[in-house]
Design a binder for this molecule. Structure first.
Ligand SMILES: Nc1ncnc2c1ncn2[C@@H]1O[C@H](COP(=O)(O)OP(=O)(O)OP(=O)(O)O)[C@@H](O)[C@H]1O
Length: 832
C-alpha cells in the first residue's frame, strides 16, 4: 500500500503567500487566541504554585494539603509547558456546522466553569476520536478533517480531507495521508517524536482499548508498536486519573532505547512514568557485567525459580550432624534433630527466609538458654539438687554461688536475684523467665553462638545468596540437580565482579523468598531524619531558652510556646519529612512498588525469569505488551506469547495486531523479509511482512570487501552516506563483538561518529552493536559483516532482520568475502 492524494487539498505556505491566503490567516487568528489563553493559564498556574510554595506553618493537615497542592500545580505547569510545541494540530468540521479544534491539551474559555464548548479538545477526549477514525467510508458525522501544521506559533500549512463519498473514493483506511507522509518522510533526529497528529485507525483502536487486563500488540518492524504503547500510556493516564498515583512503568530493551523514547511522554505532558530496562530493575544494583549468551540463557529459564528456592532452602538448617558451640567455660550442643524441628516450626508459617530465621533463632536460643541454665544449676547445686552452701534453691543464688559462677565466667547480670523460681523437669529451679531471657540475650551476643546461627540459618541478602550459590559447585549441585553438569558449570563464577542483566531477575526472585534482611545500621534516610530531628531540637531549645529568659523566676508561662504543642520529632516532620522525590524516583527505589499499568516494549526479548519479575511489579495485571516474535534476538527471549503469558494470566490476555509499516520503505522491507525467509529453519512458516506505507525508489545495495579492508571500507562508506544524507541520521550496525573496534575505525574518518555502551543517538553518525539497535531507527543504515551477525548466536537471523529494518530511507550492506545466503537472496546485485 502506498499513499495517494486523491481527496486532499494542500495549502503550501511561502512567506509571500501566507498573508494572501485567507484560510491560513483565519486559522492563524484562532491559533493566536489559543496561545494567548495558554499563556494566561500558565501564568495562573505559576502564580498559584509560587503562592503555595511561600506558605509555611500550620497544622500537619495543612502541610499535607500544601504538599499535594505543590504537586498539583507543578504538574499543571509542566503540562502547559509541554503543550507549547504544536499546541493545535487539527480541526474537524462536523456535518451540523460545528467545529472542533484538536490539540495536545484541552483548553476552555473559562477554566473554572468547566462547561461550554472547549476552545481546544485534548487528543484523548472522546469527541476528538473522529479525527483519527473518520474515513470517507465511515465519516462519523465529519465533513472535513483539517491538519494544521505549526512552526513555532505560526501556521505553516493546512491539509484538508473532505469526507464525503463522492469526493473520496478512498477505502484503504489511511487517515490524513499528506500529514502522515510528511511525518514518515521527515529526517530523523535521534529522538522519537510523538504521533498524536497522525495516529491511524488500527493504532487508535489499541491506544483507546478499554481492555483492562493484558493487551499484547504484535506487529512487524516499524508498525508503530512503541509509539502506540507510549500513546496508550498517555491515554490511560488521562482517562483514569487515579493511575497517576501508582504510575506507569515502561520497560525497554536497553538504555539507548530509553533515551530514544525518553521525551515522548513528557512531551505529551505525562510525567508519572518510570522508564527502565530489566537490568535496572533491582534497586542498588548496576547490571554491567558482561556474560556469555549461553549463561544468560540458562539464567533466564523458568526453572531458575526452582533453583533459587532450593538454594534458599539449602541455607535453612542444612543437615550437617550435631553442632557444638563453645560457650563460657564449656560447650553447648545442638542435635541435628533439634535443628530440624526448629526449622520445621520456622517454616510452618510460610514466612520469608529472613522472617522465618527470626523464629528459628528464637527456638534455638531457647534451647541453648535452657541448656546453659541447666549448666548454671549444675555448678550451683550439689548432686542431689541441694544448694552448694545450704541456701534455698527457690530463693535464688547465695553470695557464695554468685562468686563461684562469676569465677566460672558467667555474666554478672544473670546472677542478679530474679523475680521468682522457674520449674524445670518438674522441680523448681533457681532461674526464672527473666533470667532465661537475659541468658538468651547473652547467648545472642556471643560470637560463637552467632557464628553457629549464621551457619544454620544465615540472614541473607539476595546478593549474598547468589554470590554464595555461583561460587560453590557443591551448593549449585544441591540447588540445581535439574541442570546438566555442563549447564551448572556455565553458572559458576568467583565472588565479586558485579552483576549481569540476567542476574537481576534472579536477585528479584531471591528477594521475594528472602524478605527484608534486618539492617545493621541506619539507612541514609534515617540519618537524614535524625539530623532533621536534631536541628528541630535546636530550634526548640532556642525557643525555650528565649521564652524562659522572658519569665520572672517562678513565673508560670501562660502563653503557649512551641514545645507545649509540639516536640522535635513532629517539628521535623512538619518541615522536612515531606518526600519531594517524583513518583518515578520513589518507584525506582522501591522494589515492591506496584504500578498501575506496565508497558513492556520489545517484549519478545524478555526471558521467563524477567517476566516473573515484571509481573510482580504489576499485581493488577493491567499491561500493554508490544513486540514481534520475528525480531527475538535474545537466546532467552520469546517465540510465543501464549507460552510466556500463560503461567501468569492463563488465557486472559488479548492480542491486537498492527499491519502497516510506517518506517521502512517497501524496497527495504522486501529485502529484509527475503533475508529472514532465506534463513528460516525447516518447517517454519513464511515470515509475515507488514505492508510499507511508501516506496522510495531507492533499492538497498551491498558491497564486497576483504576482512582486512572492512574497517577502512566501512568508514569510507559511512563518510559517503553521511555526505549524501544531508539532514538526518546514519547508523552503522556491526556485530556486537566488534562494536568498539569498528566504532574507533569509523570515528577516525568521521569524527562526528558516536559509539560505546550508551552512544549519543543525536549525533549524525552512530555505530551500534546489533543488539543496541533494537527499537531504534535512522534515515540511513549501513550493516557491517552480516555473516558475523548471523553466526553470533542462535537468533542471529533475527538480529540481522532487526538491523535491516531500522532504515527509513537507505540501506547498504558491506560484507567481507562472499555474501551470506540471506544477503545474497535479499540484495541480488553487488555494487561495482
Ligand atoms: N501514525 C503514525 N504517524 C506517523 N508516524 C508514525 C505513525 N505510526 C508510526 N509512526 C512512525 O513509524 C516509526 C516506527 O514506529 P515504532 O518505532 O513505534 O515502530 P515499532 O513497531 O515499535 O518498530 P520496531 O518493532 O521495528 O522497533 C516511528 O518513527 C514512528 O514515529
Amino acid at each position: 500500500m502506498t499513499c495517494r492524494h486523491t481527496n486532499t487539498f494542500n495549502y503550501i505556505v511561502s512567506e509571500e503567500r501566507q498573508l494572501a491566503n485567507s484560510e491560513i490567516a483565519r486559522e492563524q487568528a484562532y491559533v493566536d487566541m489559543l496561545y494567548r489563553r495558554l499563556d494566561e493559564l500558565r501564568e495562573e498556574a505559576a502564580q498559584r504554585l509560587a503562592t503555595v510554595l511561600r506558605e509555611h506553618g500550620g497544622t500537619e493537615q495543612a502541610l499535607i494539603e500544601r504538599e499535594s497542592a505543590v504537586a498539583r500545580y507543578a504538574d499543571r505547569v509542566a503540562r502547559l509547558d509541554a503543550a507549547e510545541n504544536r499546541l493545535c494540530f487539527g480541526r474537524l468540521d462536523m456535518r451540523d456546522g460545528r467545529r472542533r479544534y484538536i490539540g495536545r491539551i484541552g483548553i476552555s474559555a473559562d477554566d473554572d466553569a468547566g462547561d461550554g464548548e472547549p476552545l481546544l479538545l485534548d487528543w484523548r477526549a472522546p469527541a476528538a476520536r473522529p479525527f483519527y477514525l473518520a474515513t470517507a467510508a465511515a465519516p462519523e458525522r465529519v465533513r472535513r478533517r483539517r491538519h494544521i501544521t505549526l512552526r513555532g506559533r505560526r501556521v505553516a500549512a493546512l491539509d484538508d480531507e473532505l469526507l464525503d463519498r463522492e469526493a473520496a473514493g478512498a477505502e484503504d483506511g489511511l487517515v490524513g495521508e499528506a500529514a502522515l507522509l510528511a511525518a514518515v518522510n521527515a529526517a530523523r533526529t535521534g529522538r522519537m517524536q510523538d504521533i498524536v497528529e497522525t495516529i491511524q485507525a488500527e493504532q487508535d483502536e489499541i491506544i483507546r482499548s478499554d481492555h483492562r487486563g493484558v493487551l499484547v500488540v504484535q506487529g512487524g518492524p516499524g508498525t508503530g508498536k512503541t509509539a502506540v504503547a507510549l500513546h496508550r500510556a498517555a491515554y490511560l493516564l488521562y482517562t483514569h486519573r487515579h493511575l497517576a498515583s501508582r504510575g506507569v512503568l515502561v520497560v525497554g530493551p536497553n538504555p539507548a532505547f530509553l533515551r530514544y523514547i525518553g521525551q515522548v511522554l513528557p512531551g505529551l505532558g505525562e510525567t508519572n512514568v518510570l522508564l527502565t530496562t530489566v537490568g535496572e530493575m533491582f534497586p542498588g544494583v548496576v547490571a554491567d557485567r558482561p556474560e556469555p549468551p549461553e549463561t544468560a540463557e540458562i539464567k533466564g529459564r523458568a526453572v531458575m525459580a526452582e533453583v533459587i528456592a532450593a538454594a534458599v532452602r539449602d541455607r535453612q538448617a542444612p543437615s550437617r550432624g550435631d553442632v557444638e558451640i563453645p560457650y563460657g567455660p564449656g560447650t553447648l550442643r545442638l542435635t541435628e534433630r533439634d535443628c530440624l524441628r526448629a526449622a520445621e516450626r520456622a517454616r510452618a508459617g510460610r514466612a520469608t527466609h529472613n522472617e522465618a530465621g527470626r523464629i528459628f533463632r528464637r527456638e534455638i536460643l531457647d534451647l541453648l538458654a535452657r541448656q546453659a541454665a541447666e549448666r548454671l544449676e549444675a555448678v550451683a547445686l550439689d548432686e542431689e539438687g541441694r544448694p552448694l552452701d545450704g541456701g534455698d534453691p527457690g530463693g535464688g543464688l547465695t553470695e557464695a554461688d554468685r562468686r563461684a559462677l562469676l569465677a566460672a565466667g558467667y555474666p554478672a547480670e544473670l546472677l542478679e536475684a530474679g523475680p521468682g523460681p522457674l520449674t524445670q523437669g518438674g522441680r523448681e529451679t533457681m532461674l526464672d523467665e527473666a533470667d532465661l531471657a537475659e541468658l538468651r540475650k547473652e547467648l545472642q551476643a556471643d560470637p560463637g553462638v552467632r557464628a553457629a546461627l549464621d551457619e544454620l540459618w544465615p540472614i541473607l541478602t539476595p546478593q549474598r545468596l547468589l554470590t554464595d550459590l555461583f561460587a560453590d559447585p557443591g551448593r549449585l549441585a544441591t540447588a540445581a540437580p535439574m541442570l546438566s553438569e555442563q549447564e551448572r558449570k556455565l553458572l559458576e563464577r568467583p565472588p565479586g565482579g558485579g552483576w549481569s542483566t540476567a542476574d537481576v531477575p534472579l536477585l528479584d526472585e531471591a528477594a521475594e523468598l528472602l524478605g527484608e534482611a534486618p539492617r545493621t545500621g541506619p539507612t541514609p534516610e534515617e540519618i537524614e531524619r535524625a539530623e532533621q530531628i536534631a536541628y528541630a531540637q535546636g530550634v526548640l531549645d532556642i525557643l525555650v531558652g528565649s521564652r524562659s529568659s522572658d519569665l520572672e523566676e517562678g513565673e508560670e508561662g501562660e502563653i503557649l510556646i512551641a514545645t507545649d504543642v509540639i516536640d522535635a520529632r513532629r517539628l521535623a516532620e512538619r518541615h522536612g519529612a515531606a518526600d519531594h522525590r517524583t513518583l518515578a524516583e520513589r518507584a525506582a527505589g522501591d522494589r515492591s512498588w506496584a504500578f498501575g499499568h506496565v508497558v513492556v516494549d520489545e517484549a519478545q526479548e524478555l526471558s521467563e525469569m524477567a517476566w516473573r519479575m515484571i509481573m510482580r511489579r504489576c499485581p493488577g495485571r493491567s499491561m500493554t505488551i508490544v513486540g514481534d516474535v520475528a525480531q527475538t534476538g535474545d537466546p532467552a527471549g520469546t517465540t510465543s506469547w501464549d507460552r510466556v503469558l500463560r503461567p501468569h494470566v492463563g488465557d486472559r490476555w488479548r492480542l491486537a495486531r498492527l499491519t502497516v509499516n510506517y518506517r521502512t520503505p517497501a524496497e527495504i522491507m522486501t529485502a529484509a523479509t527475503r533475508a529472514l525467509a532465506a534463513t528460516a529453519p525447516a518447517g517454519e512458516p513464511e515470515p509475515e511482512a507488514p505492508r510499507s506505507v511508501r516506496e522510495t525508489g531507492v533499492p538497498p545495495w551491498r558491497l564486497r570487501t576483504t576482512p582486512e579492508e572492512l574497517p577502512r571500507v566501512l568508514a569510507e562508506c559511512a563518510a559517503r552516506e553521511l555526505a549524501s544524507l544531508g539532514e538526518g541520521r546514519l547508523a552503522v550496525i556491526v556485530p556486537d563483538a566488534r562494536r568498539d573496534e569498528l566504532g574507533e575505525a569509523i570515528a577516525a574518518v568521521v569524527p562526528e561518529a558516536s559509539y560505546g555502551a550508551v552512544p549519543d543517538l543525536e549525533r549524525p553518525v552512530v555505530v551500534l552493536g546489533v543488539r543496541q539497535a533494537k527499537g531504534l531507527e535512522f534515515d540511513s543504515v549501513l550493516i557491517a559483516d552480516p555473516a558475523a551477525i548471523l553466526a553470533a548466536g542462535p537468533r542471529g537471523r533475527n538480529d540481522l532482520y532487526v538491523a535491516m529494518t531500522r532504515a527509513t530511507r537507505r540501506l547498504g550492506v558491506v560484507h567481507p568475502g562472499p555474501p551470506p545466503a540471506a544477503i545474497a537472496a535479499a540484495i541480488p546485485g553487488e555494487l561495482g
